[in-house]
Design a protein around this ligand. Sequence first.
Ligand code: SAM
Length: 296
Amino acid sequence: MSYLKQYLNQVFLTDILALLKDLPDKSIDMVYGDPDYNVGVKYGDKSYTKNFNEYIEWYIELAKESLRVLKDSGNMFFINYPKQNAYLRVKYLDQVCYDVFDYVWTYNTNVGHTPKRFTTAHRSILHCIKTKNNKFYKDNVAVSYKNPTDKRILQNLKNGSKGRMPYDWFYFDLVKNVSKEKTYHACQIPQKLTEMLIKSCTIPDDIVLVLFGGSGSELEVCKWLKRQYISAEIDPKYHKLILSRLKNGKIEEKYRLPIRKTPIETLHPQLTLLEKQGTYSLRNNNKPHKKYLTIA
Ligand SMILES: C[S@@+](CC[C@H](N)C(=O)[O-])C[C@H]1O[C@@H](n2cnc3c(N)ncnc32)[C@H](O)[C@@H]1O
């Protein structure tokens, strides 16, 4: 632990595989990985697209090192598209883990609609454990019973139950451009989802290794929940954003998406309608009283 102290509550500007090599065996309570999915997403100026097999080799190496640093009682989560996670599971995780669970995060989306298949609106979350003694805190994440007047449920409540274990599929809205938690980072995981995962298997002071710092959203949740964290981010722009977000407890304006300003003339039809409804006053001395209206 004393060796690990120097890494605690720090975000390193480095490749995660380099950081992992420095961390001792069996020292981490939770590993949380939301890597680049290898589908050509641009992070700032970079895109990490590799040949699929090369990507899986890299993903396996990442999982191998992550499992090495995970305590026997720990839990490891990897968020990705189903195909990437399926390959990782079959080619590697099933052979080395005590158990692997495949959860589904679903969301509504208005992009990616295609005429000849159903629209992708979920991601896979693999949950890996090394032994049967993984720590898991149902009370931290319990949800209300659906039928609280049922006899058996009443007995459970009487015995101190805080609710039922959530199902293994979760609905959380994507982080929208107008969300308070949105930064200019290309891909953010909703903080409510992260919060549930972190609370499910850690308690205050436990150590969470967030493999990819990204926008710092998971690290902020760790801070709020008083979990200790260790993380890496390879892109200097995002690294700066993370440090600022953690230090100031908020997202500075320069790290947010630029606000889209629409000339008011193009909005006249809608504004006239709003004006009729009494929710917007279009004219001040017969002129638009704002040159631009900020829309999200
Ligand atoms: C999918 S994003 C993570 C977003 C994060 N979950 C959030 O909600 O903000 C992946 C991040 O990993 C970074 N990255 C890619 N390859 C990396 C590597 N080898 N080591 C460290 N960071 C890396 C990218 O710059 C990107 O910010």
